[in-house]
Design a protein around this ligand. Structure first.
Ligand code: ATP
Ligand code: MG
Length: 707
């Protein structure tokens, strides 16, 4: 029996598969597939599905197919087919020789349709699309039978054959399943199986003028390929009975469909229709515009495959729709690039600096670390000379309080070089703009330290004017100004939220000479500025173009810190009992003192905290820690969350917590601790002597929101 080689965190899908393996349901096989429709480029939501399907196959040592669900010729193309392959491969997955197309099954599907007609379970209907809709009924009212519902098998076979032969116009007839016009599930009210479409297909050309619907194709394609676990997003839950019905009629292999919640990200739209609109109307430069949530856009922006895979692991899979903060995606790439990206110096908005006491013809090659966090990445030489560039923002003629960088009379450190002091400021006579600084350097401070022990409060990056290379830098911000642009409830449409400042192009940047010949797509940290990659499309030897992948400032870490502060609950005096019986609420009548929080978060941030009821399923001590308990908590996601809580002093026998209901802060970024990943926090409070956790009994179910 296949078994995961490492132990990935459990989730409800793995639980189902484990169960199926135990009962030998599909002969012990696990076979998944990723089934894109080639009607657009893949986005980060698809990455979640790819990582899930290929990841499960890998862990259970089964195959995963790449299957194109290409049933709609008018919207599909080979450009999309090729881009999908490139993206899946780039993410690090391999479908080997299992590249399949639903269109390869058109003959088989046609045979299936005939079989269902012969069984008296399908009929040709002459109603128009509009009339079919009118007959369908509503959620509260049953539909009406089509007047063509009782055609004889012979007549249906004849009409279906003539549909196929091209005798009828588009839209004039369809083949429908004969199920139940009064079913509470609208998908079961005689759904369309085949429609007439005189359109050229990207693979089958003009062979067909009737095409199966997605609903009549998807389940059978899975069946034909011997898929065991057909994993799809929640919107297909209501289609499952229909897929089951088709498979039962046909008496063929029956995969198990399992639905999970699709990924939504803040400040992003994730529907291919909307993304296509952005491309077609020129709001972005193409599907691979670095502001797009597409895999090709993220790749061009400088995201590594590892960072995307890590992100997908982190968000996990759930049964409940939710929106992930885009800061978590940014955090993932920052974390990865921090390890991998060599550091270099680049000046985006150059200000010329002349070191007056430095010899005019001298050039020194100074040693610079490629990655201070990883000495193994070595050192490189950076040329230093009399005329340099520093960042315009690093000088203020009239420095405000706490501005420690360059200012008249001020001494600072130039990274890897010397201390310099600003002696004079040259301005443009007409505009008054600062155009040049004159400094002196202290030769004794070579390498960045003063032998007399004097300190400076700022270290600036710089490049040598004559050695540096010109470059363009593209600075990106969120494509939309609002967290959920697709939510069109005010009717203004998602495009009205486009961020006019989502791209700032800086020309005239200067980068250190080691970047000459940097390969397209290579990634760097520009010290103090952010992570950048060489634009694979527009950059060339003579004209370097860099995309800013992400800034160094980690907004996610900030959110997390603020949330951690807010989530501290202090016990009221005189209530020593750790377990608090209540009904649904954590601590009725109990004051909840909240620590003062930094000015960077507002009352809005409080409302973002997602408090959920959790049931403790496991609670154990943690080897090597005197404070921590490791909890496995069910918060209704179909998997358990691992949470490390510093509450051992209150629960010296942790197993007493098993079965208790606790309050979990569910939307914290998982934190990598020495002992493992901690995926949330449970509400506890107290002081040095007394600590307790808010636990309670009562009706609420795991995952219920606590207010
Ligand atoms: P869109 O709604 O963006 O047009 P789609 O669902 O029509 O996408 P498909 O090409 O059919 O796109 O998707 C291929 C697979 O990827 C499907 O199994 C689908 O469920 C999954 N998928 C699509 N979007 C997401 C998402 N946001 N999160 C997780 N999985 C997704
Ligand atoms: Mg789809």
């Amino acid at each position: 029996m296949a078994k995961p080689e490492s132990t990935p965190p459990p989730n409800f899908i793995r639980n189902i598969i484990d169960q199926d393996l135990k009962t030998n349901k599909h002969g012990g096989r696990v076979h998944t597939r990723f089934p894109p429709e080639p009607n657009g480029y893949l986005h980060i939501g698809h990455a979640k599905s790819i990582c899930l399907n290929f990841g499960l196959a890998h862990d259970y040592k089964g195959p995963c197919n790449l299957r194109y669900d290409d049933t709609n010729p008018s919207k599909e193309s080979t450009e999309y087919v090729e881009s999908i392959k490139e993206d899946v491969r780039w993410l690090g997955f391999d479908w080997e020789d299992r590249e399949f197309y639903a269109s390869d099954y058109f003959d088989q599907l046609h045979q299936y349709a005939i079989q269902i007609i012969k069984d008296g379970k399908a009929y040709v209907c002459d109603l128009s699309a509009e009339e079919i809709r009118e007959h369908r009924g509503t959620l509260t009212e049953p539909g009406n039978d089509s007047p063509y519902r009782d055609r004889s098998v012979e007549e249906n076979l004849d009409l279906f054959e003539r549909m196929r032969a091209g005798e009828f116009e588009d839209g004039s007839r369809v083949l429908r399943a004969k199920i139940d016009m009064a079913s509470p599930n609208l998908n079961m009210r005689d759904p369309v199986m085949y429609r007439i479409l005189h359109a050229e297909h990207h693979r089958t050309g003009n062979t067909w003028c009737i095409y199966p619907t997605y609903d009549f194709t998807h389940g059978q394609s899975d069946s034909i390929e011997g898929i065991t676990h057909s994993i799809c997003t929640l919107e297909f839950e209501d289609h499952r009975p229909l897929y089951d019905w088709f498979l039962d009629q046909l008496k063929v292999h029956h995969p198990q469909q399992i639905e999970f919640a699709r990924l939504n990200l803040t400040y992003t739209v994730m529907s291919k229709r909307m993304l296509l609109e952005l491309v077609e109307e020129g709001h972005v430069s193409g599907w691979d515009d670095p502001r797009m949530p597409t895999i090709s856009g993220l790749r061009r922006r400088g995201y590594s495959p590892e960072s995307i895979r890590n992100f997908c692991d982190r968000i996990g899979v759930a049964k409940r729709d939710s929106t992930v903060d885009i800061a978590l995606l940014e955090h993932s790439v920052r974390e990865d690039l921090n390890k991998q990206a060599p550091r270099v110096m680049a000046v985006l908005r150059p200000l010329r600096v002349v070191i007056d006491n430095y010899p005019e013809d001298r050039v020194e090659e100074l040693d610079a670390f490629n990655n201070p966090e990883d000495p193994g990445m070595g050192v490189r030489k950076v040329p230093f000379s009399r005329v340099l560039y520093v960042e315009r923002d690093d000088f203020r003629e009239d420095p405000p309080k706490k501005f420690y960088r360059l200012a008249p009379g001020r001494e600072v450190r130039l990274r890897y070089a010397y201390f310099v002091t600003c002696m004079d400021v040259v301005k443009d006579e007409k505009t008054g703009e600062v155009i040049e600084l004159h400094c002196t350097y202290d030769p004794e401070t070579r390498g960045g330290d003063a032998p007399d022990g004097r300190k400076v409060r700022a270290t600036l990056h710089w490049v040598s004017a004559s050695h540096s290379l010109p470059a363009e830098a593209r600075l990106y911000d969120h494509l939309f100004t609002t967290t959920n642009p697709a939510d069109e409830k005010d009717g203004s449409g998602f495009k009205s939220y486009l961020n006019p400042g989502s791209l700032e192009t800086l020309t005239g940047c200067r980068v250190e000479p080691s970047l000459g010949g940097a390969p397209p797509g290579s990634r760097y940290q520009f010290e103090r500025l952010g992570y950048f990659c060489v634009d694979p499309v527009d950059s060339s030897e003579g004209q370097l173009v860099f995309n800013r992948t992400v800034t160094l400032r980690d907004t996610w870490a900030k959110i997390e810190k603020a949330q951690a502060k807010v989530a501290t609950v202090t016990e009221a005096p005189g209530q020593a009992k750790p377990a608090h019986p209540g009904k649904g609420t954590p601590a009725p009548g109990r004051p909840m003192e909240v620590e003062p929080i930094g000015e960077e978060i507002s009352i809005d941030d409080f409302s973002k905290i997602d408090l959920r009821v959790g049931v403790v399923c496991e609670a154990t001590t943690v080897e090597g820690s005197k404070k921590l308990i490791r909890l496995m908590v069910d918060i209704g996601e179909g998997r358990l969350r691992q949470i490390f809580a510093g509450i051992l002093s209150a629960y010296p026998e942790p197993e007493k917590l098993i079965g208790k209901k606790v309050i979990v802060v569910a939307n914290l970024k998982p934190r990598q601790m020495k002992f493992g990943l901690s995926e949330g926090m449970i509400l506890s409070g107290g002081d040095a002597d007394r600590l307790c956790t808010a636990t309670f009994e009562g009706d609420p179910l795991p995952g219920d929101t606590v207010t």
